[in-house]
Design a binder for this molecule. Structure first.
Ligand code: SF4
Length: 1021
């Protein structure tokens, strides 16, 4: 019998369920809870408790023991799933059975997507036949998509077959086995040993879990507590499917006298009325607050400061406070901050295994194996100069550095002989022999054995222990080394098991392949450096808050894309396709499910507070406040967002770091010096930067250094190199002398540069096919088809080269780009029909690899220009140059000032073209329009688009540019000035309002920090 208890958001059925469970005999009942925390809590009450996985395992065991010989099936890891699916895809591809996915099948990202899709299909409980039937009845599919469906069905069938043949199961496989065994047991009239089962803490069950519950309810009593209120569909969307399914056979039970959690009036109002159709706003009390801070660091500090004050004043116990975030990985620094403030916290102190020096040590050993010549020497240098070598080999790394700096080795044996001679390090001699014996190819198992043996040989834990006792390394360093050694050894044991079921486990691989496999397997592992303190404040993810209760709850990170956090479902089937599949009986999760889950998590976070709830956020250029903030504000008539600053005066500091910061801010350098040598110097650095003091203004001194910088800059300039200096000399120094690049955020969407390059490539191919042709409206359909085909080919080329990731984002973006190109074509035809200008060349390179030297003699110095002119058009003997822009085109008032590209390209084209270059301009792809076109006055009116003929100086005064000589004179003035300043070593930063976005120097010039300080110092400025 199945009993369903629908639990409103302000009720807590924990005690009621505990009481019911305790009325049964211990061995005849199980309380199944959604999280380990809830399982643990129930066990503390003397109740037999388990999670769903453990229940499924127990079901399988009980059933198989009664039906036949005990089933021996093994669970495989996600890595093993990936490897198995990789094998299947490789085989299908070899047999020519993957024409749709063919090119993608070897890509890592694709394998992961397939694994996740297989899990999602598996969780629906669908068999291979059911999937094939559903696909066969899917109307309106194009032939290409039908092929995709066939391939997915085939992969799924092969995958399930493989699992069955090898007696292994994946995540959903366990539930499938349990459901099948349970069905067979029921048919055979058997029974389980339990009389009653209680499910709590779940807000939804997947299809296979629901099957297990239904079958169990036919042989024992099953009670389920489900958070659900029929009148609030917006709040309980995540539970809707489960509720509907359970109600097909459950008895809906009335809640008895369960405890309605006691909350302040405001908190009660939130819990009762969030997303309620009948909500009426009320005045807020002190139970709810919303804080806005300037950045993430301030956000965490402000919260921890307040907690520290409360703990110090003993107004609350640590265990009465919870700090809640949506995703723990976004707040990895909070544990360290808690330590700084001396706040005990119920969270492990952990570190990523791949970031550990011990992991680097192991991979560095292996990396020396597969290289040759100078590259091999460089790996050895990197390996022997790791700081860890002072401990492991007791090697004086300074001596190694000196040798490497004074000699250019191309033979690693010579380098190692010299190191041995200079240092006499016997450990190195032994290690060298061991490393030389590592085979270039071996099975994964063999490499794991070798790596494990080498790691054991280093005796790292013993050496670290000795150094810690001698006070030479910190406790954290000691723990990191010991834990990392232990985890790596465990990983080396486990890795062969993952590979056991796949082809690459049976074949040999090279050492580089093994290093990649090791890094991949270690990717998500972390080291536990300090166990959690059970008496501390709770630091929790909103995902794990079922039935949690605290006097005070801080919910951090309430900003767009963070909370709510929507993850895109697997791109192989988009949301529209998922909706179709749900109708066909395959309910795969969709983004809409994500919305429903997220609001449930937010409600849990709010409901966890009984006395005070503080919601915090910060905003930046990219993300605003979370929409949940607006929802909470709308519940009250007078609730306001408070702007909170975590900055403190020295006397109010609550941690050493706060004290140091406060002293630095107030310029108390003497006190700082006593506190920490070296801190006073760095504390004053920003002040010096602001005052442009020598050494802090970006201007290197010394003739020798300037000479070296000048050599590094060289004589070859591109327009963007010159424009960089013009916009900010310090950025120029960091980019072209220090050779630093702006860090790009990794993501599925294509970066704008890559997108621009793709469009350029498409237009290049298209225009090259139509040089000197007049395009006409009558040809539009044909030309559009051609442009489309070129676009598809170039997209495929980019995907093959790994320059774009063909995920969901790109599928959407791709269609946008297609539309943009079609609009460009219309506009191109219109320009063609209005005038005589026809393209005569595309992507014309100058000044590169001996192509068309462009030398400029400016103030006695010769420099060379290089670049590529996107397109040159001709009308008679006159030429007009064009630069495509996928973003914004520079404004005409920047011409020959910060926009140097157009005038320099005009000059370069004039030096290279026999006819007369009369002008040039930008072609905005996003607006499908020619823009900001310069033209010498005699030719004005010969082009059918808007032009200008003057340049403005720094004061905004416009001067006519009548001929190429005028343009040259203007450019000579600007370039001469720049070259002079470069020669003098003037590299001061010149901040502007949008300069920090792509600048590789932003963290060094501290533009963001300094600008903020300045604003604070001079609010009117
Ligand atoms: S952030 Fe701005 S001021 Fe700083 S180096 Fe970059 S461009 Fe220059």
């Amino acid at each position: 019998m199945l009993h369903l208890f629908c639990v409103p958001s302000d009720c807590d059925v924990t005690d009621f369920f505990y009481k019911k469970a305790l009325q049964q005999k211990f061995e005849e009942t199980v309380l199944v809870a959604s999280s380990e925390a809830l399982v643990e809590k129930a066990r503390m009450q003397g109740i037999r408790a388990a999670n769903f996985d453990a229940l499924a395992n127990a079901v399988t065991e009980q059933c198989s023991a009664q039906l036949h010989e005990r089933l021996v099936v093994r669970k495989i890891s996600r890595k093993a799933q990936e490897l198995i699916l990789q094998d299947i895809l490789d085989r299908l591809q070899e047999e020519g059975r993957l024409p749709y996915f063919g090119r993608m099948s070897g890509k890592k990202g694709f394998i992961r997507s397939v694994v996740s899709l297989m899990e999602q299909i598996g969780s629906c409980g669908a068999t291979a036949e059911e999937i094939e039937t559903a696909f066969a009845h899917w109307d309106g599919r194009s032939p290409a998509y039908r092929q995709k469906d066939r391939e997915i069905a085939e992969i799924y069938r092969e995958y399930l077959l493989y699992l069955i043949q090898n007696n292994i199961y994946d995540m959903s496989g366990l539930y499938r086995v349990a459901a099948e065994e349970l069905a067979a047991l029921r048919k055979a009239g058997g029974a389980v040993t339990w009389k009653a089962l209680y499910f709590m803490g779940f807000y939804r069950f997947d299809a296979l879990q629901l099957v297990i519950i239904r079958l169990l309810s036919q042989i024992c009593d099953v009670c389920i507590a489900l958070p659900y209120e029929p009148g609030r569909p917006e709040l309980y969307r995540a539970a809707e499917f489960t509720y509907g399914d359970l109600m097909q056979y459950a008895t809906r039970e009335r809640l008895p006298e369960v405890r309605v959690s006691v909350r302040t009036a405001s908190l009660h109002h939130i819990v009762r009325n969030l997303r309620s159709p009948e909500m009426q706003p009320v005045p807020a009390d002190q139970g709810i607050e919303i804080w806005q801070m300037s950045d993430e660091n301030e956000e965490m500090r402000a919260v921890l400061r307040e907690i520290k004050q409360q703990l110090r004043g003993k107004t609350l116990k640590p265990s009465e406070i919870a700090v809640v975030v949506r995703r723990m990985e976004e707040y990895s620094g909070i544990r360290e901050l808690c330590d700084q403030y001396g706040i005990p916290v119920q969270a492990e102190d952990s570190a990523a295994l791949v970031a550990s020096p011990v992991f680097h040590f192991v991979t560095a050993i292996l990396e020396t194996v597969f290289l040759h010549g100078r590259e091999k020497v460089e790996r050895w240098i990197a390996f022997l100069t790791q700081p860890l070598q002072k401990i492991v080999l007791e090697l004086p790394t300074e001596a190694v550095i000196q040798l490497a700096e004074n000699n250019y080795y191309t033979e690693y044996r010579k380098f190692l002989t010299d190191v041995l001679e200079k240092t006499g390090c016997e450990g190195l001699r032994q290690l060298w022999q061991e490393i030389d014996a590592i085979p270039a190819e071996a099975a994964i198992q063999d490499y794991c054995d070798i790596a494990g043996r080498l790691l054991s040989l280093t005796e790292m834990p013993a050496k670290a222990g000795r150094l810690y006792r001698e006070g030479k390394i910190t406790l954290a360093g000691f723990k990191n080394m010991v834990c990392a050694s232990r985890e790596i050894l465990a990983l080396l044991q486990k890795l062969p098991q993952d590979y056991r079921f796949c082809r690459s486990g049976r074949q040999t691989t090279n050492c580089a392949g093994f290093v990649e496999a090791l890094a991949d397997a270690a990717g998500k592992m972390s080291l536990s450096l300090q166990p959690e303190n059970r008496e501390g404040i709770a630091f929790l993810s909103a995902v794990n808050l079922e039935d949690a209760s605290f006097k005070q709850v801080y919910v951090l990170g309430l900003r767009e894309n963070e909370f709510p956090f929507y993850k895109d479902e697997n791109w192989i089937y988009n949301d529209r396709e998922r909706a179709d599949l749900a109708v066909l009986g395959i309910p795969l999760p969709s983004s809409a499910d994500g919305f429903g889950e997220d609001i449930h998590f937010f409600m849990n976070a709010c409901a966890a507070a009984t006395e005070r709830l503080v919601l915090t956020f910060y905003t930046d250029e990219e993300h605003n406040a979370s929409p949940y903030i607006a929802e909470i504000l709308s519940l009250f008539t007078d609730l306001e967002v408070k702007e909170i600053k975590a900055e403190t005066a020295a006397e109010d500091s609550l941690s050493r770091e706060e004290l140091e910061l406060a002293l630095a801010r107030s310029g108390q350098t003497e006190v700082l010096k006593q506190l920490e040598p070296g801190l006073a110097e760095s504390a004053g650095s920003d002040r010096k930067r602001l005052q442009k003091a020598a050494g802090w203004n970006g201007n290197p001194g010394g003739a020798m250094l300037l000479q070296q910088i000048s050599r590094q800059i060289g004589d070859l300039f591109s327009a963007s190199k010159l424009e960089t200096y013009r916009s900010c000399p310090f950025k120029f120094l960091v980019t072209y002398v220090w050779q630093q690049k702006a860090a790009e955020a990794a993501g599925e969407d294509m970066d704008p540069m890559q997108r621009g390059s793709l469009l350029h490539r498409v237009l290049e191919i298209f225009i090259r096919r139509h040089l000197e042709e007049k395009l006409q409206q009558a040809q539009y359909a044909e030309l559009q088809k051609e442009l489309d085909e070129i676009f598809d080919t170039v997209c495929q080329e980019y995907a093959d080269k790994g320059w774009l990731y063909p995920g969901d984002f790109w599928q959407h973006d791709k269609e946008q780009q297609r539309i943009l190109l079609q609009r460009w074509l219309r506009s191109e035809i219109a320009y063609n029909e209005q005038g005589e200008w026809r393209p005569v060349s595309t992507e014309q390179v100058f000044g590169k690899k001996g192509k068309g030297e462009v030398a400029l003699d400016i103030n006695g110095r010769r420099i060379y220009l290089n670049g590529k002119i996107d397109r040159i058009d001709r009308a008679g003997d006159a030429y007009f140059i064009t630069d495509y822009k996928s973003g914004d085109a520079p404004n005409k008032k920047e011409f020959a000032d910060t926009d140097l590209q157009l005038p320099l390209y005009l000059l370069a084209a004039a030096m290279q073209t026999k006819g007369e270059v009369v002008g040039g301009g930008y072609y905005s792809l996003k607006d499908a329009e020619r823009k900001e076109s310069f033209i010498f006055p005699p030719a004005a009116g010969t082009v059918p688009w808007k032009t200008f003929s003057e340049a403005k100086d720094a004061n905004g005064t416009a001067t006519d540019i009548a001929a190429m000589e005028d343009l040259q004179a203007t450019l000579w003035r600007v370039l001469g000035d720049m070259l002079e300043h470069i020669g003098e070593g003037d590299f001061s930063p010149t901040p502007s309002k949008d300069c920090e976005r792509n600048c590789p120097a932003a963290e060094i010039c501290r533009f963001r920090v300094l600008t903020r300080n300045r604003e604070e110092e001079d609010p009117n400025g």
